[in-house]
Design a binder for this molecule. Structure first.
Ligand SMILES: Nc1ncnc2c1ncn2[C@@H]1O[C@H](COP(=O)(O)OP(=O)(O)O)[C@@H](O)[C@H]1O
Ligand SMILES: Cc1ncc(COP(=O)(O)OP(=O)(O)O)c(N)n1
Length: 268
């Protein structure tokens, strides 16, 4: 069985972070493993508290998986501080992992910081050059490139600048765009651009969309798919998960990780 490791934070509410990643891996028939970087007290209303793990604890979780089980692909989400980023980079090099997906999580939907501002430099310096795929949303792409993104041309320029920082492929996600009709993502591999179109779904239940999307890319890469094929399946996965989003809690409910498989079975 193919195996994927997520290095990310825990969301007690179950919609984002490690929980979203493991559910996504499972739905896509990949064995999921985790190295927890922080524990968040979180629900559909927002993040109430963040408890970062000691960097040594993160390092030991990755080592335990790496020396025994191994991983076909790695996903990184919330990393919180520069010390954790530095040890994660060291372990990725040590195990020679190349199918590495980096979701540069910075701020949760309610505004809570999930990455310290002073850690952005470390993320760019240590992790972008080790990543096969980077999946920023628009605010994250703006922080990483220092440019304002207003339209498709800006997105293309930002994607080029991100590749100049060492990452091999980038998907700039459109969830935060002010387009009432569409939520389009742009993919760039250094040679050509692809626009991943989807209708914008009018729902408040979008908690964990970014985590779920990047976890689905990771699962498909673990199975051996080329990067663009993995991204296209992930886009279908997140679209189905949002369409079938769950009305849980009083705020932004989670997406439904089981929706994609259910749809495939119906098609058969
Ligand atoms: N309302 C929506 N309708 C359709 N797709 C959406 C919607 N919101 C987000 N998405 C999709 O979900 C994925 C995650 O995007 P985004 O929400 O921008 O990430 P993040 O959770 O990291 O902020 C992207 O593929 C994006 O296009
Ligand atoms: C523990 C944890 N990690 C990441 C996030 C961010 O998740 P994301 O998919 O970007 O969704 P929203 O937070 O924007 O709904 C998180 N919230 N918690």
């Amino acid at each position: 069985m193919r195996k994927a490791l997520t290095i990310a934070g825990s969301d007690s509410g179950g919609g984002a972070g490690i929980q979203a990643d493991i559910k996504t891996f499972q739905e896509l028939d990949v064995f999921g493993m985790s190295a927890i970087t922080a524990v968040t007290a979180q629900n559909t209303l927002g993040v109430q508290a963040v408890y970062p793990m000691a960097a040594e604890a993160v390092e030991n979780q990755i080592k335990s998986v790496g020396v025994d089980i191994g991983a076909d692909a790695i996903k990184m989400g919330m990393l919180f501080n520069a010390e954790i980023i530095s040890i994660v980079a060291k372990q990725i090099r040590r195990f020679n992992w190349s199918k590495v997906v980096l979701d540069p999580v910075m701020i949760a939907k309610g505004g809570a910081p999930l990455l310290q501002q002073e850690a952005v430099h470390a993320l760019k310096q240590f992790l972008l050059p080790l990543s096969a795929v980077l999946t920023p949303n628009i605010p994250e792409a703006q922080v990483l490139t220092g440019m304002t993104i207003r339209n498709l041309e800006d997105k293309k320029e930002a994607a080029k600048r991100l590749l100049d920082l060492g990452v091999k492929n980038v998907v700039i996600k459109g969830g935060h765009e002010e387009n009432p009709n569409e939520s389009n993502d742009i993919f760039y591999d250094g040679k050509s651009f692809s626009v991943l179109h989807s209708p914008r779904l009018l729902t408040k239940n979008t908690h964990g969309t970014g985590c779920t999307f990047s976890a689905a890319i990771t699962a498909e890469m673990a199975k051996g798919l080329p990067v663009l094929d993995a991204v296209l399946i992930a886009k279908e996965f997140i679209q189905a998960a949002i369409e079938d989003g769950l009305e849980l809690g009083k705020g932004h409910g989670p997406t439904n990780h089981g929706a994609y498989k259910k749809k495939q079975v119906q098609v058969l």
